[in-house]
Design a protein around this ligand. Structure first.
Ligand SMILES: [Zn+2]
Length: 159
């Protein structure tokens, strides 16, 4: 019977990990204060220089700042901006719904007519500035993903 088990004598590839990792060369050495970076991100500007555009579209982050060259595409906010948006919108909409229900007890269609558009509108209005501020905070903290650490099999998205 043939041996189908992999050989245990094959040498394992040794992974070399340096800790702490070297500071990324793509981020400017001198970063502004965190409040400045958050405000610039809220305005949709590059958190490092404050002049370049942060987004190329509604939520797509530019690969590189046009003005200062910071590799903004390496900052991957992933699910953090939607999470923050849901928390904020929920804390606005739910108390309003409860207040209206207790004060007026309107029919369900009134709740739907008021709070569905309000929820969607608030979420769409807030997610872009929240994503910008999140990226600014992540840049300040050095939370970037160098290209060599990204998975090659996953399509690159900047959502
Ligand atoms: Zn910039």
């Amino acid at each position: 019977m043939p041996n189908i088990m992999p050989s245990t004598t094959a040498p394992l590839a040794a992974a070399t990990v340096e800790w702490p990792p070297a500071a990324p060369a793509t981020v400017a050495a001198e970063l502004p204060p965190v409040t400045t970076m958050l405000k610039r991100g809220l305005r949709g500007r590059c958190p490092v220089c404050g002049t370049g555009k942060l987004f190329n579209g509604f939520l797509r982050v530019v690969d590189r700042c046009r003005d200062c060259g910071t590799e903004l595409g390496q900052v991957r906010a992933d699910d953090a901006p939607p999470y923050f948006t849901i928390v904020i919108v929920g804390h606005v909409v739910i108390p309003l719904m409860l207040w209206l229900e207790r004060a007026q007890t309107p029919p369900l269609w009134v709740h739907s007519a008021i709070f569905l558009p309000l929820t969607v509108g608030l979420a769409l209005a807030l997610i872009r500035p929240i994503k910008g501020a999140t990226l600014g905070g992540m840049l300040k903290l050095g939370l970037i993903t160098p290209p060599e650490l990204e998975h090659d099999d996953a399509p690159r998205s900047h959502a």
